[in-house]
Write a protein that binds this ligand. Structure first.
Ligand code: ZN
Length: 98
């Protein structure tokens, strides 16, 4: 996966398929990870539309954790615990009702 100078995300790690532009959800996720890892890329972070709502699944955290058999929104206090990125909002913490 790589980022073009135009800010497009290209997926090139799939077996038996050619490099392709990322789908919107893949792009959002990739840019959010890039912004998290490289602060100089923070401007590429998908901007939150005015009609966006806080993600119900992760309560806007963008991450989920597994506590006592339950999948719950990740909290700052869980920093040392394993987490998964929220599949509902692609880790952005918000969604747009379509
Ligand atoms: Zn979410």
């Amino acid at each position: 996966m790589y980022l073009t100078t135009a800010g497009e995300v290209v997926i090139d790690h799939e077996e038996d398929s050619k490099a392709r532009l990322a789908e919107p959800a893949e792009r959002d996720f990739a840019l959010a990870r890039a912004a998290e890892r490289y602060p100089e890329l923070a401007h590429l972070m998908p901007s939150k539309p005015r009609d966006a709502v806080t993600c119900n699944l992760c309560s806007g955290r963008g991450r989920m954790t597994h506590i006592q058999g339950k999948i719950l929104p990740w909290q700052d206090a869980d920093r040392s615990k394993p987490f998964i990125y929220c599949p509902e909002c692609n880790s952005l913490g918000w969604t747009v009702i379509t």
